[in-house]
Design a protein around this ligand. Structure first.
Ligand SMILES: Cc1ncc(COP(=O)(O)O)c(C=O)c1O
Length: 350
């Protein structure tokens, strides 16, 4: 049969989702383990009666609610089928084939896929020895072909975060015709006051986009909804290329309900953070190099032992997310789930 698809995509790694194994505890996809927020299931059930109609393509009510919550104009907001789709749209509105997309590595595994599908070149700057973004090196790596820079803060999968002063210096160094995306999927779990809220500190810079998701702290991973805040022209460009109607009516209704339950969201996020802080010192006894985390997961830089460790956890009934040759990301679960993971980790590494 003749070749029908692009040859270059053969070299592209698949996106590897966290595995669901019946009966096992899943700590592999950075979800919050406490179920949908109050009011969400009812809102979805209500929206279900209207699913023979297309959703509101302008996502008006939700954009207005987000605008109010985050203190920005609704024109600056675009929603999408998960923030990963918005990252893809941002690449589409900035990069032509051959342009460059710059990001730290290791970071969110969707970035190389997004670059490749846009036919943009991936410029990867290695993380520091502490598993964090090296922002000065990233600024130095920008060329006249660079169109898009992704700063993942906190970084998936390492959990590390950039601080305010270094982010300011970086943003000052980036040319004004290069778009910088602050991917803040885990913002609600940040507790260190020196880690900047991108919206508060940089949201008004014309070449900065802040990307947020409702999949993690807001508990809507299965409905696929994220949003961005950008300059009005950038948000308008994204709304132009977004797959029509890709923010479903159920997702819009559920997001509105979730946002009404923001106190409960914060209470759950605080619980996750308390568990993170309990786990980190225990894990450092097993693997001294475990870095700080400002997210709802921790990173074990186990190098060549990563796959073996994940297999040992799986035998103990816990699914974690290994990155071969590099490390293992473990989502913070309920206290009982975390205890089971710790026992597995102690058995494997102790
Ligand atoms: C850094 C980062 N950005 C974006 C996403 C995408 O989230 P979603 O598409 O579910 O909104 C994830 C999900 O794992 C992530 O880790």
């Amino acid at each position: 049969m003749s070749r029908l698809t692009r040859l270059d995509l053969d070299a592209l790694p698949d996106y590897v989702p966290g595995r669901n194994v019946p009966g096992a505890i899943k700590l592999a996809s950075n979800e919050v383990p406490y179920g949908p927020l109050p009011g969400v299931v009812e809102a979805i059930a209500d929206a279900a009666t209207g699913v023979h109609r297309y959703p509101d393509m302008g996502v008006v009510a939700l954009r207005e609610t987000l605008a109010e919550r985050y203190g920005v104009d609704p024109d600056r907001i675009a929603t999408g089928c998960g923030s990963v789709a918005l990252a893809e749209h941002l690449a589409r509105v900035t990069c032509l084939p051959g342009d460059e997309m710059l990001y730290s590595w290791r970071s969110f595994e969707a970035y190389p896929i997004i670059a490749a599908t846009t036919a943009a070149a991936s410029l990867r700057v290695p993380n520091t020895a502490e598993h964090a973004h090296d922002l000065p090196a990233m600024a130095a790596a920008i060329t006249d072909k660079t169109r898009l820079v992704l700063v993942c803060n906190p970084n998936n999968p390492t959990g590390t975060a950039v601080r305010g002063a270094e982010l300011d210096a970086f943003l000052d160094a980036v040319p004004e015709n290069v778009l910088v995306v602050l991917d803040e999927a885990y913002r609600e779990f940040v507790t260190d006051a020196s880690v900047p809220d991108g919206l508060a500190v940089a949201g008004d810079r014309p070449n900065v986009v802040v990307l947020r998701t409702l999949s993690k702290a807001w508990g809507l991973a299965g409905l696929r909804i994220g949003f961005l805040v950008a300059a009005p022209e950038v948000a308008a460009a994204v709304r132009k290329v977004v797959t029509p109607f890709s923010t479903s009516s159920a997702a819009q209704a559920a997001a509105l309900a979730a946002l009404r339950a923001s106190d409960e969201m914060q209470r759950r996020a605080d619980q996750v953070v308390a568990e993170r802080e309990r786990l980190l010192p225990a894990l450092r006894k097993l693997c001294a190099e475990v870095p700080e985390s400002q997210a709802n997961f921790v990173w074990l830089p186990l190098g060549d032992r990563s796959l073996e460790f994940a297999a040992a956890c799986e035998r103990a009934g816990v699914i974690v997310r290994p990155f071969a040759g590099d490390g293992v990301r473990v989502t913070i679960g309920t206290p009982e789930e975390n205890d089971q993971f710790l026992s597995a980790a102690e058995a494997a590494l102790g």
